[in-house]
Design a binder for this molecule. Structure first.
Ligand code: FAD
Length: 392
């Protein structure tokens, strides 16, 4: 067990694991990942839906996604493990002129960022792609064929597995209780298993990032927000290449539950309940099911005969920021304290780009692949917030 390390990563979720992987891939293996739960993936990563899309509105989110999706497509080659990535695509359904304008404008932004394969579909094309949808009110949509689905926990294990094979240590069942700051720079962390002296600490604590940042005297505008998922077995089969489908009017979205490339009746349904308020409660609320199915059945009428699978119903936490963009960079005023936080529900899909950016920052003092300066914490004091109008 090390008592000094080049880097300590707080949080054994997919973001911490990706940082560990990218550091190790660059030759930095004197690294400890500290996770307070007995097993990794106990936070939001273990609850996530597993969608990855590049169809965003802002250049920075599109860039983060493009790097990350390319990475997921070659995950096995890079890590020797599988993330189960399937490029089934993301299908956005527009039911108002406003939605169509949004898809057109974001499509232009995506094109400008090099994402040139998003197709704008007619109602008839949408009905052919997913015949189970009710489309009488659908005006059109957008389909991104390289967006897709993965298994968040497999990806986490792949990142961490490869990092540990290279020498990175995992301290599971260990909580970070203090961060020592000396002369404006990080000097070490105190954990429930002892102290580790280090000059670089990564906050990868997900929905709990604000509490961890406070240990270093940094105020982080990250608040937890519950999201609930419902697993169902439908009365009809859906095609093996069923995309993630998003109803822009309600935010209701669904995917095939299985990672196998087979026709399936098993679906995972998600919906951002507008009544949810910031809180770290992760209890799944059974009353959510009928409330949610009312919304879902309207878009997918055959779900009226679906059987709910209680074992796959679950709740987890989004880690929200005021502008719904991540906070990535070195904390102003605390040298060596690196933030990889506030993904606002996109931490799985953006984990490869985040890991690469943080690794570059630690090892080279700059992010070499993606300019992450728009994601700095400073934006909340300078008022240079980002505007992501995306619906999920
Ligand atoms: C229902 C749901 C669906 C989602 N769907 C998607 C999706 O389709 N696509 C997508 O990209 N994202 C999705 N997300 C968001 C995604 O899950 C998160 O953005 C992502 O998992 C964040 O990863 P993380 O590693 O930062 O955090 P986490 O996975 O939460 O890991 C943080 C870890 O830090 C640990 N920790 C906290 N404090 C301490 C401490 N003091 N000491 C030691 N350890 C500590 C925690 O125990 C935890 O394991 C979804 C989230 C939810 C809840």
């Amino acid at each position: 067990m090390r008592n000094t390390a080049d880097v300590v990563i707080i949080g054994g979720g997919i973001v911490g694991a990706s940082v560990a992987y990218h550091l190790a891939a660059a030759g930095c293996t004197n690294v400890v990942v500290v996770e307070r739960a007995a097993q990794v993936g106990a936070g939001s990563t273990g609850q996530a839906t597993g969608g990855a899309r590049a169809q965003f509105a802002t250049p920075i989110n599109i860039r983060m996604s493009r790097y990350s999706i390319d990475f997921f497509a070659r995950f096995e080659e890079a890590t020797g493990h599988t993330a189960g990535y399937r490029p089934n695509g993301y299908l956005f359904l527009a039911t108002s002129k406003q939605h169509l304008v949004y898809l057109k404008e974001t499509g232009e932004q995506q094109w400008a960022e090099g994402l040139i394969n998003v197709e704008h579909l007619s109602t008839a094309e949408i009905a052919r792609l997913v015949p189970q949808l009710r489309v009488d009110d659908v005006l059109g949509g957008a389909f991104g064929p390289t967006d897709g689905l993965l298994s968040p926990v497999s990806a986490l294990r792949g990142f961490l597995g490869r990092a540990r094979e290279s020498g990175v240590e995992l301290w599971a069942g260990t909580e970070v209780t203090a961060i020592d700051v000396d002369g404006g720079s990080v000097a070490g962390v105190t954990t429930s298993r002892g102290r580790i002296a280090t000059r670089a600490v990564v906050n990868a604590a997900g929905a709990w990032a604000a509490q961890v940042a406070r240990l270093a005297g940094v105020e982080l505008p990250v608040t937890p927000l519950r999201r609930q998922l419902v697993g169902v077995r439908a009365s009809v089969e859906f095609a093996p290449d069923l995309p993630m489908v998003i109803d822009m009017a309600t935010g209701f979205h669904f995917r095939p539950h299985t990672q196998e490339n087979i026709a399936t009746r098993d679906l995972l349904l998600a919906w951002p309940d507008p009544d949810e308020t910031p809180d770290d409660d992760t209890t799944f609320e059974p009353a959510f099911i009928p409330k949610f199915l009312k919304v879902a059945n309207k878009r997918v009428p055959c779900l009226a005969g679906a059987k709910v699978d209680p074992a796959s119903c679950r709740a987890g936490l989004y880690e929200m920021t005021p502008d719904r963009h991540a906070i990535i960079g070195e904390a102003p005023g605390v040298g060596g304290f690196f933030l990889a936080n506030g993904f606002s529900g996109h931490g799985v899909m953006h984990s490869p780009a985040t890991g690469r950016a943080i690794s570059d920052l630690i090892l080279h003092g700059e992010s070499r692949l993606i300019d992450i300066s728009p994601l700095g914490l400073e934006r909340f004091t300078t008022g240079r917030l980002l505007a992501e109008t995306s619906v999920l």
